[in-house]
Design a protein around this ligand. Structure first.
Ligand SMILES: *Cc1c(COP(=O)(O)O)cnc(C)c1O
Length: 353
């Protein structure tokens, strides 16, 4: 039974948890190289790419930093439509890049025309966009944004955060022509926290080589040097990589299409329930497949609701940051099944009755 209806960490299957429980191996030996080599094709399937997927021993925020350091030469446009996209803008500023926020009303998606208009100011060589804004339950049309950029601004690097959607919703790295696509282990992939992953295009790797201060831990050029040897520059979280191996097997055994359909069905169910009992925070047409942000129209005490749910072994998330109390969030990602969602909604109904 699923318990954690929160957008990370999500429930981890017992087989995946158990896969970590093995004697350690050295990270400069053949056993590790075999593990790394086995993970690459599976990760590439999940990212829909023939390109490399780096494995980082850090949470996703580390790869937000990596994307900025390796993917931005001078000036970056950061689309901001919620807390996690705001964080990415702050990461750009903290790394000394000239960063311009494109402020979009929270609850609304970032649209191609907004990006195209903002880029007219000139001088930008990269953009950051969050695919699935976890704080508002909004999904932005990355495919259309990328198409517009390829058409009008072909030299602008496209950096995408899909931390709360990759593995639960389709994001086609190669076909959409993205440059960096990053995610964390502990959300839709249903692996314990501590790893993150980034698909990286050839063109951004070539660009990185021209950017002087890339830092050390997250340097793509260095990660690439080791990736071709099936290694990582520093000691990776080996135990988590065993968990990842087992989780990817589960994901591919379910099938990516079936997995996306399962997530879409759960999202539909939660949305229609929320529209009956509350309201939805995200604008129509751009609602997340993996997390629903519910407008708290009944002024329910979310802390008390969560206390009640916890006594029944379940948990949801309060609104994030400024949206705390005004909204609450139900994640339907990773290992969660429709029947778990039904159980949760019945309990919330009981609480508000
Ligand atoms: C959770 C989340 C992050 C932060 O990821 P960490 O793995 O906690 O560093 C970034 N972006 C989005 C969209 C998220 O949902």
């Amino acid at each position: 039974m699923a318990r954690l209806f929160m957008p990370g960490p999500t429930d981890v299957h017992p087989d995946v948890l158990a896969a970590q429980n093995q004697p350690l191996i050295g990270h400069r030996g053949q056993d590790f190289e075999a593990l790394f080599a086995r993970l690459q094709p599976k990760l590439r399937q999940v990212f829909f790419t023939h390109s490399r997927v780096y494995i980082s021993t850090s949470s996703g925020t580390g790869l937000q930093e990596a994307a900025i350091r390796n993917g931005v030469a001078r000036k970056v446009l950061c689309a901001v439509n919620g807390s996690f996209s705001q964080r990415w803008y702050e990461v750009a500023v903290a790394n000394g890049k000239e960063a311009v926020p494109l402020e979009v009303e929270w609850g609304k998606a970032v649209k191609p025309e907004m990006i195209a208009e903002a880029l007219q100011a000139g001088g930008f060589d990269a953009i950051t966009v969050v695919h699935n804004e976890t704080s508002t339950g909004v999904v932005s049309p990355i495919k259309d944004i990328a198409a517009r950029l390829h058409d009008r601004y072909p030299d602008v690097t496209i950096l995408v955060d899909a931390v709360s959607s990759l593995g639960g919703d389709r994001i086609d790295f190669d076909a959409w022509g993205l440059d960096v696509l990053l995610t964390s282990s502990q959300k839709c992939l249903a692996v314990p926290p501590g790893l993150s992953f980034a698909a990286v295009s050839d063109r951004v790797l070539a660009k990185a080589k021209t950017i002087p201060a890339r830092g050390l831990y997250f340097d793509f050029v260095d990660l690439e040097k080791y990736l071709v040897k099936n290694q990582t520059p520093a000691t990776p979280a080996i135990s988590l990589m065993w968990a990842l191996d087992a989780a990817l097997d589960r994901i591919l055994a379910e099938g990516l299409e079936a997995r996306f359909t399962r997530h879409a069905r759960m999202a539909d169910r939660v949305r229609s329930w929320a529209q009956q009992k509350f309201d939805l925070f995200a604008e129509a047409g751009y609602r997340s497949q993996t997390v629903t942000c519910v407008t708290n129209t009944r002024a329910v005490d979310v802390k008390a609701l969560n206390g009640f749910l916890k006594s029944r072994g379940m948990q949801i998330s309060d609104g994030y940051g400024a949206l705390k109390g005004k909204t609450f969030r139900i994640a339907h990602m990773g290992e969660i099944q429709l029947k778990d969602v039904e159980e949760l909604l019945a309990l919330i109904d009981e609480f508000i009755a």
